[in-house]
Design a protein around this ligand. Structure first.
Ligand SMILES: [Zn+2]
Length: 262
């Protein structure tokens, strides 16, 4: 009897473990592989990737495959289809913002809806370029605005980075996603800078952060992260201490990950 109980209990636990393994490592069993052509496309159209040192490029592709294997991209608002270019660029944006964490994939945000143009929100009665919906685990993007963000990777305006930054900050507050985002100490350090730098934007003082940063602490964060990736060197020159704080928070420094720009 005891032996029977032991074996059935063992069987139950083994089954449960297997189910968890399948759920957690689904991407390992059914991975979305990134092809050679897609890597070439990244080299030509995704500056963060093309500037990475060779040893980090492999890590980036691994991370991108993990992300693409666990997210659903859905066309909305008359957009005909999700192309592989869309998959690669949206996935690469998530991989870039979360590159400091080997396993982090913003699991809570499982679905990305893509509209062709800025879309009319029936909730807010305004046109949106993008938004994040934590209740339903959605990231919503207008493809036109997304592409415009990458047309100039040095102007500090990038819708994709902006929305993924919102998702990351929200994910940090969600404990049920099985993921650990910000180190509490680094986040506390970051928070000290928020009122100081936000005040400068509000007062129209000299700053490299765009006006949107003054709106509230969420917008501030999203703008800081856009600036961090698109104007890394300028950000560092402007306020090295704050820059270093964001390096700790995101666990990466784009300036050391990348080859020096010739
Ligand atoms: Zn925003």
């Amino acid at each position: 009897m005891a032996a029977f109980f032991y074996y059935s209990m063992f069987g139950y636990l083994a089954t449960k473990a297997v189910i968890e393994l399948i759920n957690e490592a689904r991407w390992r069993l059914f991975p979305r592989k990134v092809s050679r052509d897609e890597i070439k496309f990244l080299e030509n159209h995704f500056k963060y990737y093309s500037r990475l040192k060779p040893q980090h490029k492999k890590e980036f592709i691994d991370k991108l495959e993990m992300i693409l294997s666990t997210k659903r991209l859905i066309a909305r608002g008359g957009l005909e289809e999700i192309t592989w270019e869309m998959e690669i660029l949206v996935g690469a944006t998530i991989a870039m913002v979360t590159f400091g964490w080997k396993r982090l994939k913003l699991a809570h945000f499982h679905t990305i809806l893509i509209y062709p143009n800025p879309y009319f929100s029936t909730i807010n009665k305004i046109y949106h370029r993008g938004e994040v919906n934590p209740k339903h685990g959605l990231i919503i993007l207008s493809w036109q605005s997304f592409v415009e963000g990458y047309a100039d990777f040095e102007d500090g305006i990038n819708l994709g980075i902006h929305e993924i930054a919102h998702a990351l900050k929200l994910a940090n507050q969600i404990d049920t996603d099985g993921e650990r985002e910000f180190d509490p100490k680094s986040f506390a350090e970051y928070k000290k800078w928020v009122p100081i730098e936000m005040e400068k934007v509000k007062a129209g003082e000299e700053t490299i952060f765009r006006e949107r940063a003054a709106f509230n602490e969420h917008e501030f964060f999203a703008v800081i992260i856009e600036t961090f990736f698109e104007k890394s060197q300028e950000f560092k020159t402007y306020n090295p201490e704050f820059y270093q704080t964001v390096v700790h928070l995101l666990r990466q420094d784009p300036l050391t990950l990348q080859k020096p720009i010739q």
